[in-house]
Design a protein around this ligand. Structure first.
Ligand SMILES: C[S@@+](CC[C@H](N)C(=O)[O-])C[C@H]1O[C@@H](n2cnc3c(N)ncnc32)[C@H](O)[C@@H]1O
Length: 198
């Protein structure tokens, strides 16, 4: 049986409605932490002007491959192994990066590394989109997010919902500037950064 996420099934439509706009002028998207592949399969089929490159840590790659193998969209690339901690990322040219529900799972040092890598793989004008729960001005945006954060930190002290301001500051050190902040259902957001090199 394929790995399945109820949440991914619920949030894929609201997410793709934003991606249609923010990736309108992009051609190749690198997805980090593709999980079950439900997003990759759906986004590739709807956003058919894009080449979609799903990736996962080696330990979870089989599940991702299993789902992607059933997808008929020709613009969905073969999933690749990619760990944020890898020195070399297995991609050549992309003009967009997408990640969903990863920034609160990985450690803060991995978040910093992710921004550094995204800043280096994107060309000038490239777009980075991150979906998930985020804090604003250091505050949770709902009680459910506060409970979720407590759950995450009890499970792994290095994880937890990130502050938008801390992310923005980190991003700017790699020429990534926040362009938009979209409120989505269930107190989630899509944050969009553009790489702008003066
Ligand atoms: C909560 S799941 C989200 C999966 C999918 N993006 C979604 O929204 O349904 C977090 C994902 O991050 C991946 N992940 C965790 N640490 C990672 C790392 N160091 N490098 C790459 N991916 C990582 C996990 O394997 C997992 O698939």
């Amino acid at each position: 049986m394929k790995a399945y996420s109820e949440a991914a099934e619920r949030n894929k439509q609201p997410i793709v409605e934003i991606l249609q706009k923010v990736f309108a002028n992009c051609s190749k998207v690198l997805e980090i932490g593709s999980g079950t592949g439900q997003h990759a399969v759906f986004f590739a089929s709807v956003l058919n002007h894009l080449e979609w490159q799903p990736t996962e840590r080696l330990a979870n790659l089989r599940d991702l491959r299993e789902r992607c193998d059933t997808c008929l969209a020709v613009n969905l690339s073969e999933p690749l192994a990619l760990d944020i901690d890898d020195e070399l990322w297995p991609i050549s040219t992309v003009d967009a990066v997408f990640t969903a529900n990863t920034l609160h799972i990985i450690s803060w040092s991995q978040v910093c590394r992710l921004f550094a890598k995204v800043g280096s793989v994107l060309p000038n004008g490239g777009v980075f989109c991150a979906y998930g729960p985020f804090n604003i001005d250091g505050n949770f945006t709902s009680d459910s997010n506060a409970h979720f954060d407590a759950y995450l930190r009890a499970r792994d002290a290095e994880s937890g919902i990130r502050d938008l301001e801390a992310l923005t500051k980190q991003a700017e050190t790699h020429h990534l500037f926040l362009q938009s902040n979209h409120v989505l259902p269930a107190y989630n957001r899509i944050l969009v950064w553009h790489k702008i090199v003066p």
